[in-house]
Design a protein around this ligand. Sequence first.
Ligand code: SF4
Ligand code: SF4
Length: 204
Amino acid sequence: MLITELKNKETILSLITGKVFIINCHGCKEIRFPEHEAEALQKELQESGNVTGILTTDYICNPDYLKQRFAKHEAEIEAADMILVFSCGVGVQTVAAYFENKRVCAACDTYALPGYQGVTPLEHDCDQCGECYLNITGGICPLTACSKSLVNGQCGGAKNGMCEVDPNMECGWERIYQRLKKVGRLDALKCPVQVRNYATDPDK
Ligand code: SF4
Ligand code: SF4
């Protein structure tokens, strides 16, 4: 269970290119999901005529459920140039891993929630950093996929694609590079250095 906040409207609108399919996850909404703000923004997007479809469901962090839910929306997803996900970082990563060749963007930031957070069948991890980087890292979390949680690129120590800290693990930044290449978004790596706002860090 995680807490999410919408990114600011200008940021979300700047992510949108072409037709968009929207996914809302209400799996953890008993904790915190910005439902009304998300609905208002999505209504605006629909009125612009660029939305191919909306799927509102729960627990998109479960890839098996996700597969079944996508089945009913295949044509709408196919018609979209990108998928905009209103969920925590785990949900966005699960969708990005499912659609390897489609651009997947995060509309929310995930904030730290202290204490026990329940048990879920997760394949991805979110460190709840409060400043989601998934839109510039191809849907792969640099904080959890990189042993050093680097947010500005590779450390330079990887060997044959494997991490210098843990040789049994693929280098997270190598994965990010390959993913961005696949979706034709290598330009994302040319964005100015991201200065992390540690005020949102759960360990501050
Ligand atoms: S960048 Fe990673 S840790 Fe931060 S909110 Fe996104 S998925 Fe979570
Ligand atoms: S080798 Fe890759 S995953 Fe490992 S610490 Fe360096 S950048 Fe991070």
